[in-house]
Design a protein around this ligand. Structure first.
Ligand code: GLA
Length: 405
């Protein structure tokens, strides 16, 4: 379905579910990270771009204090209702933790978390609203469907209630706040930032320490960016992620006993080599990844600026090896997809992308090699992992969250 068809379809279902009315229609994209993985909570650099896939919402304000949520992706658009006076949405001085109140594992925790995060910043909703979502990011793929849902909900709130003080960057920060404090996933800022701030044809070079950023055009003539979805999602996603984050925090603390250090992202590779002996394993390997990955990201963007895609691809490959061996967030299925990609002439680089433990790879593939890439890797993957199928997406960098209508 193209954009227009999605918007029409959403409008029609909105009418069926909630009755007549003229809802606003909004969009926030998912993201793919080209390089700079697990650096965003270490004060390092990231280099993601927004996708043209993402989440759409049709939404309309109500006169009373009821909020109704529905998604075309979930139980055929079944409506979940709550009230603005529901304790799960109230600020009670506790550090979020409202997942407990809201009931575990419900998709509406994401939009509820955003309403909660807005209230925490003083953006309190005077009345409720009706919203219908539809997303076309493959589920569980690690392409940030949850960040897009958060940023989108923030956009809906800003536009419906006229919260003019909420800048585009704030949509990212409020989404991250919801995810950290309400949903309980201790993520960095990358996914929400890419979803809110994306720009067509460009990736975002973001310093997560200062939130300074610049757009870098993805001038890749003769090349395509290909995402390969392994369609596997391992149990460890949240626990493994939070655990890696803790290892980096203890590494930083141990280093600080010897030298003043703002974050792992503030260390050069040489500085790290001098101090790394104070760290036990696995903290040493985890911190080594964070430091070297940050350096690789800076070098990769410099290479792209020079038009040196061969160097960019080489750094992507090194990033994968570091995530596989030092950070240990890859898995056999993903390593297989990357190994196969590396064998194909015309592939400049290939690596795991996103949080890890399954999900997707991202590759830079020559125009002429895309068919071979798809066919060869698809067949080999199916043969090596019984019952598994890989999906391929040739992507373009898309725009950040915006109102469609
Ligand atoms: C997940 C998190 C991001 C980032 C990546 C790893 O996508 O949400 O904040 O840490 O993993 O780079």
């Amino acid at each position: 379905m193209d954009d227009m068809m999605i918007v029409e379809n959403l409008g029609r279902h909105f009418k069926e579910i909630y009755g007549d009315g003229n809802p606003g229609v909004f969009f926030a994209p998912g993201r793919v990270n080209l390089i700079g993985e697990h650096t965003d909570y270490n004060g390092g650099h990231v280099f993601p771009c927004a996708l043209t896939l993402g989440t759409y919402a049709a939404a309309r304000k109500r006169e009373d204090r009821t909020i109704r949520f529905a998604s075309l992706n979930i139980r055929g658009g079944e409506v979940t209702e709550c009230s603005l006076d529901d304790p799960a949405l109230m600020l009670d001085g506790s550090e979020g933790g409202s997942t407990l109140k809201a009931g575990a594992d419900d998709w509406t925790n994401y939009p509820k978390g955003v309403i909660w995060a807005f209230a925490e910043k003083g953006f309190v909703l005077p009345t409720g609203f009706d919203v219908l979502y539809y997303g076309n990011i493959p589920a569980g793929s690690g392409l940030s469907s949850s960040a897009s849902l958060e940023v989108l909900t923030g956009l809906v709130l800003r536009e419906l209630y006229g919260f003019a003080g909420v800048r585009q960057e704030d949509l990212a920060l409020l989404g991250q706040r919801a995810e950290n404090a309400y949903v309980g996933m201790n993520c960095g800022i990358m996914d929400q930032f890419a979803s809110a701030m994306g720009k067509e044809g460009s990736a975002i070079f973001l310093d997560t320490n200062t939130l300074n950023y610049r757009y870098a055009p993805l001038a890749m003539s003769g090349m395509k960016i290909v995402i390969t979805n392994s369609n596997v999602k391992h149990q460890l996603v949240t626990s493994g992620y939070n655990d890696r984050r803790k290892s980096c925090e203890s590494a930083l603390e141990l280093i600080r006993a010897h030298r003043e250090t703002e974050s792992l992202g503030s260390l050069t590779c040489e500085e790290f080599a001098e101090i790394s002996h104070v760290l036990p394993e696995p903290e040493r390997s985890r911190a080594k990844h964070a430091v070297t990955e940050n350096a690789r990201t800076i070098r990769a963007v410099e290479a792209l600026d020079r038009g040196d895609l061969v160097e960019f691809g080489k750094l992507m490959n090194e990033s994968h090896i570091s995530l596989r061996d030092d950070y240990e967030v890859s898995c056999p299925e993903i390593d297989f997809l990357v190994d196969e990609a590396w064998k194909i002439p015309g592939v400049l680089g290939s690596r795991i992308t996103g949080g890890g433990f399954g999900g997707c790879t991202v590759s830079i593939v020559g125009d002429d090699a895309v068919d071979e890439f798809r066919n060869r890797i698809g067949a080999a993957y199916g043969a090596a992992f019984e019952g598994q199928k890989a999906d391929f997406y040739v992507i373009e960098a898309g725009a950040g969250a915006h109102r469609i209508r």
